[in-house]
Design a protein around this ligand. Structure first.
Ligand SMILES: [Zn+2]
Length: 187
């Protein structure tokens, strides 16, 4: 192990913890005419934003927009939803939005994936909500049965992963009757 790798091992987790506590970028999603716009803002430091990723959860449709743009402190960039995402939205879906960026220290980083709910169709957005409001699929670890649960109120993919794990644990414990788990995770 050389010095650089030792420093990397020590510094990387510290930097990750710092980034999660004091994120370099803040992602929000706003209704804009008949579309929705992701806004990437930087509060304290200049950040070089490489790309925005949109993911329609459950449908598994993903699209990336390359930005390669510097955001000054207290500045922001807006990025509308892509045609691919708009075309795949049928009535409602939860959307995860994340960005890849370069920090002032030169590190390539990926933000948390924030979750929003979209309502719309025919390529138009009617409503945007600041948290999940649709569905995900959980799989019983004991029998392999797949069941839907609600994403209600979930604001990041990390939170959604936690809820999915808890749901699947409940399914395992109640297997083969998954009704009690379903009721608990259905809002
Ligand atoms: Zn089961």
């Amino acid at each position: 192990m050389n010095l650089a790798s030792i420093v990397g091992v020590v510094l990387h987790p510290i930097e990750e913890w710092y980034q999660s506590r004091y994120p370099s970028v803040v992602i929000t999603l706003h209704q804009h005419g008949t579309n929705a716009m992701a806004r990437i803002a930087s509060f304290s430091k200049p950040v070089f934003v490489r790309a925005v990723t949109f993911e329609l959860l459950l449908r598994g449709v993903e699209d990336e927009v390359k930005l390669n743009q510097m955001v000054a402190p207290h500045g922001q960039i807006d990025c509308p939803l892509t045609t691919k995402i708009l075309r795949d939205l049928v009535l409602t879906a939860d959307l995860a939005v994340s960005v890849t960026y370069r920090t002032p220290s030169g590190r390539e980083a990926k933000s948390d994936a924030h979750i929003f709910n979209l309502v719309g169709s025919d390529g138009q957005i009617i409503k945007v909500k600041d948290s999940g409001n649709y569905l995900s699929i959980g799989k019983c670890p004991a029998c392999g049965d797949e069941t839907l649960f609600a994403n209600d109120g979930v604001t990041s993919k990390r939170e959604l992963e936690k809820r999915k794990k808890a749901f699947e644990n409940d399914m395992r414990n109640s297997c083969p009757d998954h009704e009690s788990a379903r009721v608990k995770y259905w809002f």
